[in-house]
Design a protein around this ligand. Sequence first.
Ligand code: FE2
Ligand code: FE2
Length: 153
Amino acid sequence: MGRLKDLRALVDEKLKTIDDAKRISATVHLYGVSLAATLIAEKRGLDQELCAMAAMLHDMHAYLSGSYDDHAHKGAKLAEEILAELNQTTEEETACICSMIYHHDDKEVIDSDYDEVLKDADVIHHCFNDLSKPIKAKEQQRYDALRAEFGLQ
Ligand SMILES: [Fe+2]
Ligand SMILES: [Fe+2]
């Protein structure tokens, strides 16, 4: 098995502790953001596997704790622990993944190229999961930029 597949199995296992409805929406979001992160990374010439792995972990703290309070920063720490358990990433890769998670809620500022992939992938899933829903004000600028980047009208 590849390490993305192994990480997904580990995430699936950890999500078994939460109730059905929450587990389904958590799974849909994590896998959705992971797919979006892969596409964005490919488009920008970045490592798609690292981006997909960061996406699989990015909201885990919120799902497992039941609170979004400071979930990005706390989630970076949790991701470090889960990656240590996975034991398939180098120190640099772990640092890159944790940085993406640490910054992912800072949608209104620009961080590193990798950090930006996760922010944009999160916005893609929030917006494209149901196009009938209004776009949140804090995501509008990224959403418009992503549509332009992918050549959508
Ligand atoms: Fe989040
Ligand atoms: Fe998210």
